[in-house]
Ligand binder design. Structure first.
Ligand code: HEM
Length: 424
């Protein structure tokens, strides 16, 4: 069967990019509160208002340059004039990648560590193994007649699956705690409150446990051969192995957010479920890719210029923080006609290096900071969509499915609650 594209949303012919002469300054002294208020729209809306693709701002008292579009993507992914070191606020760094992680390395050291990630998380057999574990854990939680939030269902299933996949076998009590803490690490990144400090302390405890696991595996313990735990424990000191194992566990659990967005999209566009019954994998992938394009997740990524950078006729001084607008680039009408319409017919594909479609970064995965987890993300989303459409009947009770665009990371407010009617 060929994929249909009746409204002409298919692969793009080319984009008409405005070329700004320089980087204008956003009016005002400091724009931190504007950023918090406008959330995902901060860079895109201000670019639109000034008819440019980049501007200068002050964030938390520090000079920043905010950019969007493919050329900005190339600057942050694939050029040697920026570094990730010092780019993120300390709490965000500690909650997400952490010091000593692959994301904080550059050059040869980065390439070597990245190669290990690629071996571990992009190998199709390993991706399949994770998906099988996820499906088993998801099915085990479902009972006809019960009500459950897709976000919670996915988080719990992903935590169990990724721990076992990585060669970790926590007790049931620790699994429940890990489900909460791994989710909170991503969930607390966009704001600072007492709960941020609690999550940071909980993260330290998880890291301590992972360090012990890595040290035991290194000393000849019984980590399954070839597992992420065994490989990382053999190749890295225990404290670095703990950080990097967490760099797989945490983002795999974060895929639950995309699964909740997928369930919302299935509810709002029920026609797609009918197509998925035919088992056409291309349609399911197109659907999940469009969910990744349209759903707010990472608003932007950040780097620091290591020397003066010429950008479209303007100079970005060494030491300036540069923000690359992920959400705005994915939702730019010049590359995605009617960007706020959900159109899987766009046939997006992470395997094609498309500089306009950047939900998990841009460029070549082996040599840039682009996310190595896109194969896993897509496979897990597709599996959840298949199970929702083909293995069960459910309805959505009345609930708030709205998405607050100034809450980072965003999610459908209710987490998408379903009442399970039948399991097939
Ligand atoms: C939930 C969906 C995900 C989103 C939205 C996401 C997003 C991103 C983004 C935007 C980056 C680039 C950061 C930068 O440029 O500084 C990144 C990097 C990274 N991601 Fe993901 N990711 C996801 C899932 C995953 C998964 C499933 C894994 C592992 C299995 C993973 C592991 C990593 C690692 C290790 C890096 C650092 C790469 C490097 O610095 O070279 N991510 N991710």
């Amino acid at each position: 069967m060929t994929r249909q594209d009746p409204e002409g949303f298919g692969p793009r012919a080319g984009a008409d990019w405005a070329v700004p002469a320089l980087l204008p300054r956003l009016p005002g002294l400091d724009h931190t509160f504007t950023l918090l208020r406008q959330g995902y729209h901060f860079i895109g809306r201000n670019c639109d208002a000034m008819h440019v693709d980049g501007f200068r701002a002050r964030l938390m008292g520090r000079e920043a340059v905010c950019l969007r579009g493919p050329e900005a993507g190339r600057l942050l992914y694939g050029s040697d004039v920026v570094t990730r070191q010092g780019a993120m606020p300390a709490t965000v760094l500690r909650l997400l990648q952490d010091k000593g992680s692959v994301q904080q390395l550059e050059g040869e050291e980065h390439r070597a560590r990245k190669a290990m990630f690629i071996r571990l998380v992009m190998d199709p057999a390993r991706v399949d193994a994770l998906v099988r574990g996820f499906e088993a854990a998801w099915r085990a939680q479902l009972r006809p007649g019960t009500e459950i939030s897709i976000l919670h269902l996915a988080n719990a299933a992903l935590t169990r699956a990724v721990c076992h996949w990585a060669g970790l076998y926590p007790s049931e009590a620790r699994l429940r705690q890990l489900t909460r803490v791994l989710f909170a690490m991503s969930d607390r990144t966009g704001h600072f409150s007492p709960s941020t400090l609690v999550t940071l302390m909980q993260r330290r405890r998880v890291e301590r446990w992972l360090r012990q696991q890595a040290a035991a595996a290194r000393a000849g313990g019984n980590a399954p051969e070839g597992s992420a735990l065994a490989v990382m424990a053999a190749e890295l000191p225990p404290e670095v192995a703990a950080v990097e194992i967490l760099n797989i566990l945490r983002p795999v659990v974060a895929v639950g957010r995309y699964i909740a967005f997928s369930a919302k999209a299935l509810h709002e566009h029920p026609i797609w479920c009918g197509l998925f019954h035919s088992g056409n994998e291309d349609y399911i992938t197109d659907f999940c890719e469009e969910v990744r394009r349209i759903s707010p997740f990472f608003p932007f990524t950040a780097a620091v210029a290591t020397r003066d950078v010429e950008w479209q006729g303007a100079t970005i001084a060494a030491g300036t923080r540069i923000l690359f607008d992920i959400y705005g680039t994915n939702n730019d009408a010049r590359n995605f006609p009617l960007p706020h319409k959900f159109r899987p017919e766009r046939m997006l594909d992470w395997k094609v290096e498309d500089p306009a479609f950047v939900p998990q970064g841009a460029g070549a995965v082996a040599t840039t900071h682009r996310c190595p987890g896109e194969a896993m993300t897509l496979a897990l989303m597709a599996s959840a969509v298949r199970m929702l459409c083909n293995e069960m009947s459910y309805e959505l009770p009345p609930q708030d499915l709205s998405v607050a665009m100034n809450r980072v990371p965003a999610q459908p407010a209710s987490g998408v609650r379903i009442r399970v009617q039948r399991i097939d």
